[in-house]
Design a protein around this ligand. Structure first.
Ligand code: DX5
Ligand code: ZN
Length: 221
């Protein structure tokens, strides 16, 4: 099992002072910055692109930037995110006609590659590519918006993906995204996740450190 990672989703941050917000969550103990990219095409919302990623790097952010692409097409934007300083890039298989090629594209640029499964996406999309991935990202809400409720059937899916990852013998991360809170993160970890995205739970709180530390304690049991 990998070390625990808390990755605040900046989707719920105050975009008018994004640099300060990212500094604050990292100072609060967060491990990664989860960077949600939405195109109003693959998902019904529009957010931020490579320029903002690059701006965070120029601002001085050295923590891993975990780019979650909810865009279609995928391949066209991947090189821009690599150049902008992304550390890992995850994408939805429904948005790429050549999933293996996209994974290769991401890795050839020196980034880690993740595949994202929506709540209704079958695990069979992992067939033949799981060994080539650095991370599986399981959506526990439908992608597009922060602040949604965790879909309970994801728990069984986490357990199933954990078994498949363990069978590879490789250090592939299992990240869960959507509706992660201090009161359900222990159960999500027990099901087999090691990497946790949390947007509204952290950024809607007045004390980021209190939430991040509560999440880490809950995972540590
Ligand atoms: C949803 C995004 C998530 C979202 C999580 O499409 O991928 O990262 O911001 O937000 P919360 O934690 O509020 O569900
Ligand atoms: Zn996300």
């Amino acid at each position: 099992m990998q070390s625990t990672v808390i990755a605040p989703s900046i989707l719920s941050a105050n975009f008018a002072k994004l640099g300060e917000e990212v500094d604050a969550v990292l100072a609060a103990g967060a491990d990664w910055v989860h960077f949600d990219v939405m195109d109003n095409h693959y998902v019904p919302n529009l957010t931020i692109g490579p320029m903002v990623c690059e701006a965070l790097r120029k601002h001085g952010v050295t923590a891993p930037i975990d780019v979650h692409l909810m865009v279609q097409p995928v391949d066209r934007i991947v090189p821009d995110f690599i150049a902008a300083g992304a550390s890992m890039i995850s994408f939805h298989p429904e948005a790429s006609p050549h999933v293996h090629r996209t994974i290769q594209l991401i890795r050839s640029g020196g980034c880690q590659a993740g595949l994202v499964l929506n709540p209704a996406t079958p695990l069979s999309v992992l067939d033949w590519v799981l060994d080539d991935l650095d991370m599986v990202l399981l959506m526990s809400v439908n992608p597009g918006f922060g602040g949604q409720s965790f879909i309970d059937s994801t728990m069984d899916k986490i357990r199933a993906v954990r078994e498949r990852i363990d069978a590879t013998g490789k250090s592939i991360r299992l990240e869960v995204d959507g509706g992660v809170k201090t009161d359900n993160i222990a159960a999500i970890a027990a099901a087999g996740a090691d990497t946790f995205v949390a947007g509204s739970a952290i950024f809607n709180a007045s004390d980021y450190a209190q939430v991040v530390q509560a999440m880490k304690s809950a995972v540590a049991g």
